[in-house]
Design a binder for this molecule. Structure first.
Ligand code: ZN
Length: 690
């Protein structure tokens, strides 16, 4: 699996979002608007949990007791997974005589309005956990949202309802935990007490901040501990909870975490917690929660994780878990985290690496069909590839454009202000806008409005560029247009002279506008946004085709050059894997009517077919002779993937690896091994001045 494919699997989990969905679900039958409103109000820490729990991964049992103290006096909804048995619910010492209601995976109770008096709700519960299935992938692990347990690991996501909780309220908590000897468990928060003996493992965790929920992780962990001092002199405890087979990675992970905390403390402000832990998971999952990140054993072994995803997860302690997104207005935290982690690391490598990332975002964006595209304000959490392209990449690019507009210093000052003002609060895109306005003195209403509320992207073109001689040298007039849109854009245009390239920024706020400038040296060429700093729809030339474009296109037609037998079956199987659906097989006569074509055949068949259709032969970039080649061609508005193999067995070998190379324009295989790959160069929009 390629680097990018793996990174796509890592995500930040939002348990609040899951709770919100749950609220939405049950609000059709009960009035929960009060609970919902209070969960979204600022400073709404009115609930405290005091949980004592015994988890046995061998027997797969849980037994617990939660004392819920709340200052909220309105009606509350108490919820717990339906798979558990409740022995008793006491409200201020009095048994609640009420049958639970079933809502999907949850059982709920109404806790009546208390006429202004704070309440103490005690719940005793017990039950069986589901067996851990290590063959699940990341998506399945998350989507199931079930409490699973086994000797190799226990994962009780907040969304599984593993402990009795009040729906829609942020809560602080204490968790006192007991597990059998050889097992360790952890929840987000500070360890107050810990003991490990032949009797078993005991630990007490405290999380004094408003929390969106509690996720529990356990396993046969080897724990390494270290510490550092934050900028305010605060001691921060760093830990790894690793399965024995990867325990030698602990040191490197702890050091990497230290560096990230230092980086973001100096960039944003003090680390908000007093600990950070990296925990290994027996399933190939990956996400972050306050004070910790939970990553699959196999993910942790990938060397690039320490230099990319780990930093992203550490940064979520500021954005996401330090300031909570106001989900109904859109989740800004993934975009800001992507910008200040994934993208910032590319900038540190160099301008070319950063440009490559921007280009890949824009290239990915045009693979979206119009029904997959949506306005950024609708993004809450990542559910599929399209939501990442908008919620992470487009949002990150908006922060880049904002920084280009305001300057680095204003931008960073605004981030620090936003952090100071919103720590442990729910904040919206509007709160971000206000911080950027306050520090830059610029009015940014239009900027935020267009990028948050418009779906799609502007298509910007150089309609015309003319050079004339003037008294002082030369005049250049450039006419820019945005086809069918009305964004207010700051468009970078490069003016090339023999000696240098100068980037000018033109403020395009109409559909078509002409800009002039005077130059002492003779300009020979103008190019549009050559560094890809503007979020826009690339033209076909700017975005040379990548395999994914044809793979995700629902209109792609497939041409199989092998007529019959096993060879044809293999080709058809490969087409199905690439397109992730039953391929629509076309005959030659059909291609005049389509725009997206997948062609699969053996080398001679492919050579003949390309020739017959006046298409170029296999490009020289793919000079290496492997056993199979796949590449894209664009001609006369039609995009092709051509897959050509030496023989049927070489074709068969592609079935597993080829779908993972969607971001490439060409790939050369020797057996199942990739020996060459790449993207065709982007051709920026240019006008030669005569
Ligand atoms: Zn994230």
């Amino acid at each position: 699996m390629s680097t990018s494919e793996f990174l796509v699997r890592l995500r930040h989990i939002s348990s609040l979002f899951v709770s919100l969905l749950f609220i939405f679900f049950i609000s059709t039958i009960s009035t929960l608007s009060v609970a919902l409103a209070s969960s979204l109000a600022r400073d709404s820490l009115t609930v405290e949990y005091d949980i004592t729990v015994h988890i046995d991964p061998v027997a797969q049992t849980i037994e617990g007791h939660n004392i819920i103290s709340t200052k909220s006096t309105h009606e509350l909804i108490l919820a717990l997974s339906s798979r558990f048995k409740v022995r008793n619910i006491l409200i201020d010492g009095i048994i609640l005589e009420q049958l639970s209601m079933e809502h999907g995976m949850m059982q709920t109770w109404r806790i009546p309005d208390s006429q202004g008096v704070p309440r103490r709700i005690e719940v005793y519960w017990e039950g069986k956990l589901l067996p851990l299935n290590t063959s699940l992938n990341h998506r399945q692990t998350l989507n199931r949202g079930e409490p699973v347990s086994g000797e190799f690991g226990t994962f009780l996501p907040d969304s599984s309802g593993w402990y009795p909780h009040i729906v829609g309220e942020l809560a602080s908590y204490r968790v006192s935990l007991k597990m059998p000897h050889g097992q360790r468990g952890i929840v987000a928060g500070k360890i107050i007490k810990e003991s490990n003996s032949s009797e078993g493992y005991h630990a007490l965790f405290e999380f004094p901040f408003p929390s969106e929920g509690i996720d529990f992780m356990g396993g046969p962990y080897t724990v390494e501990t270290d510490s550092m001092y934050g900028i305010g002199g605060k001691k921060i405890q760093l830990r790894t909870y690793f399965h024995p087979e990867i325990k030698e990675l602990a040191h490197d992970y702890i050091n990497a975490v230290k560096k990230y905390i230092q980086l973001y403390e100096s960039w944003i402000g003090a680390y908000p917690f007093s600990e950070f832990s990296v925990i290994s998971s027996p399933t190939p999952t990956g996400f972050g929660m306050p004070t910790l990140t939970y990553l699959g054993i196999n993910v942790l072994q990938l060397p690039f994780i320490r230099s990319t995803s780990l930093g992203h997860e550490v940064l979520h302690n500021w954005w996401g878990n330090g300031v909570y997104p106001y989900y109904p207005g859109g989740n800004w935290s993934e975009g800001l985290t992507t910008f200040m982690a994934d993208y910032a690391y590319k900038e540190r490598i160099g301008p070319e690496a950063a440009k490559e990332m921007r280009l890949s975002w824009l290239r990915d964006y045009i693979t979206l069909s119009s029904d997959q595209d949506f306005a950024l304000e609708k993004f809450t959490t990542r559910t599929h590839g399209a939501s990442k392209i908008i919620g992470y990449n487009k949002a990150a690019m908006i922060f880049l454009m904002l920084r280009d507009l305001l300057g680095n210093e204003n931008f960073d000052r605004a981030l620090r202000l936003f952090w100071k003002q919103n720590q442990f609060r729910i904040a919206s895109w509007l709160d971000l806008q206000r911080a950027f306005e306050a520090e830059s003195g610029k009015e940014l209403q239009r900027f935020f409005e267009q990028w948050l509320t418009y779906a799609g992207a502007p298509s910007v073109r150089i309609a015309k560029a003319v050079r004339t001689s003037s008294e002082f040298g030369y005049d250049v007039t450039v006419t820019l247009e945005q086809v069918g849109s009305s964004y207010n854009l700051h468009v970078p245009v490069a003016i090339h002279t023999k000696e240098a390239i100068e980037i000018k920024t033109f403020n395009l706020n109409q559909e078509k506008q002409t800009f002039s400038l005077e130059l002492p040296n003779k300009p020979i060429k103008v190019t549009l946004d050559p560094d890809f700093r503007l979020f826009r729809k690339l033209t076909p030339d700017e975005a040379p085709p990548i395999l994914r474009q044809i793979m995700v296109n629902q209109d792609t037609k497939t041409i199989l050059l092998s007529g019959k037998g096993e060879e044809r079956e293999i080709a058809e199987g490969l087409a199905g894997k690439l397109l992730r659906r039953t391929p629509e097989i076309a005959v030659l006569a059909d291609i005049s009517k389509v725009t997206s074509v997948l062609v699969i055949g053996l080398q001679d068949q492919v050579r003949r077919w390309l020739n017959l259709n006046n298409l170029p032969p296999r490009p020289i970039n793919m000079s290496r002779d492997g056993t199979a080649h796949a590449w894209t061609i664009r001609q006369d508005g039609v995009t092709f993937i051509v897959v050509s193999a030496k023989d049927a067995s070489s074709l068969y070998t592609l079935v597993r690896p080829l779908p993972h190379y969607g971001r490439q324009s060409y790939v050369v295989f020797d057996g199942a091994k990739v020996i060459e790959r790449g993207t065709w160069p982007a051709h920026v929009q240019e006008v030669i001045l005569n």
